[in-house]
Design a protein around this ligand. Structure first.
Ligand SMILES: [Zn+2]
Length: 413
């Protein structure tokens, strides 16, 4: 068969996705595969089994990242890498992350059964903890691998129950021996669902993001004064939850006040002691700000910080603000983005040049290697929810674009 006529097996890709979706399946039709949980371990075990069937050279590093290397014609050349993540949000969807891992696996299977050997080696990867919902921050294992985050800092991160990242990694048996340290990569492609509505609205099948917005993660801690709710007059209360409520509305309104392209979200909140008849004395919430314009996001955050402090002072609730994590916006390698657009066209799929509003491991990979992503539509633009869905034919289309982007790029001298 002529190489340009090579296509993945869409039915096999669907079967792999369906088998993975059974691990951590939720009643609402989604999956819950939190990082380093039992479900994460079972999905990893299945992935490793499939890598072994392809006789790939398997490496698990000290962050639990899983790599499968497929030899090329010239193994002295740096490989082309592709992959994504197996973990999910709490009550997340069946496509986020896993599509990029199963899509890459399907490409490798297609190459294997057609006895195609690329010039450069190819590497498939599953990055640990992309989501960052159990252990903040997100994308921390690709961050360590790329040399942007400290391994021991990530090892010491704790979940809401005080469990440490390193202990959980050890417990599920995925604390590998190989150092989590970058090696030369010729290019990195990540295949993913769009997680937004643009492709669907514009009736396009393939998205080629020019890059990823910046992300600023902050944590706010408020101290109030607990008391019996009945006998305590409203006047003179120090209600930490009321203070948080006022702050959260300010955060929701921030993008409109600032103008320009940005989003701001409070997604997580803990209220203590969380009893209906005690005035809340302790609240923690998260703040997530994203924009293509790093300066704009920083300016917004500086303004917001002053406003939050003013609310805290007026309500007599001492505030502590921790800047948890920040990553600048990442413009991808233009020739590779163009390759995604061209390849989609050659295969007969419509395509859209766009921006990724979601963070991906591609953010860190972009710092060390030419990087691009391939998006397919999310039905209704919904993601990080149980109803997250993508048409099977679109899953297949994205995998075909990945196949040919990898072949072209791995053919470069
Ligand atoms: Zn993802």
């Amino acid at each position: 068969m002529e190489l340009k006529n090579l296509r993945v097996d869409g039915k096999r890709l669907r079967r792999s996705l369906e088998e993975m979706a059974r691990i951590g399946a939720t009643p609402g039709g989604g999956v819950q595969r939190l990082t380093l949980s039992g479900e994460d371990k079972r999905a990893r075990d299945l992935f490793v089994k499939w890598l072994k069937e392809l006789k790939l050279e398997l490496t698990i590093d000290e962050m639990g990242n899983i790599f499968g290397r497929r030899a090329g014609k010239d193994n002295s050349l740096a490989p082309v890498m592709t992959g994504s993540h197996i973990d999910s949000q709490p009550k997340g969807g069946r496509f986020d992350g896993i599509l990029g891992v199963m899509g890459a696996l399907e490409v490798f299977r297609t190459l294997q059964e057609n006895k195609v050997v690329s010039e450069r080696p190819l590497v498939i990867v599953d990055w640990t903890n992309e989501e960052g919902s159990r252990f903040a921050p997100a994308m921390c294992a690709s961050g360590v691998w790329a040399g942007c985050l400290e391994r021991d800092w990530v090892y010491g991160r704790t979940d809401i129950n005080g469990k440490k990242f390193v202990d959980e990694l050890e417990r599920i048996g995925y604390r590998g021996k190989a150092p989590a340290r970058k090696w030369p990569v010729h290019a990195y492609f990540e295949y993913h669902i769009e997680q937004g509505p643009l492709l669907e609205r514009q009736g396009k099948t393939i998205g080629a993001p020019k890059g990823i917005v910046c992300e600023h993660w902050n944590d706010v801690y408020l101290q109030g004064e607990a008391n019996q709710v009945g006998p305590t007059p409203m006047e003179g209360r120090h209600d930490a939850l009321c203070a948080a409520a006022e702050m959260i509305l300010k955060i929701g309104e921030l993008p409109e006040r600032m103008g320009g392209n940005m989003v701001a979200t409070v997604g997580e909140i803990q209220n203590y002691p969380n009893s209906r008849n005690i005035i809340p004395d302790r609240v923690h919430f998260t703040v997530d700000i994203r924009s293509w314009d790093d300066e704009h996001a920083l300016k917004a955050w500086e303004l917001l910080k002053e406003e939050l402090k003013a609310v805290a002072a007026r309500r007599g609730c001492p505030i502590e603000i921790k800047e948890t994590w920040r990553i600048e916006h990442q413009p991808f390698a233009e020739p590779l983005v163009q390759r995604v657009l061209d390849t989609a066209g050659e295969l007969g799929y419509s395509a859209l040049y766009m921006v990724s509003g979601a963070g991906h491991d591609a953010s860190y990979m972009n710092k060390i290697a030419p990087t691009a992503m391939i998006f397919v539509p999310s039905i209704g633009g919904r993601s990080h929810v149980e109803v997250e869905n993508t048409r099977w034919e679109d899953c297949e289309a994205g995998a075909n674009v990945l196949l040919h982007c990898l072949l072209k790029t791995a053919g470069e001298k």
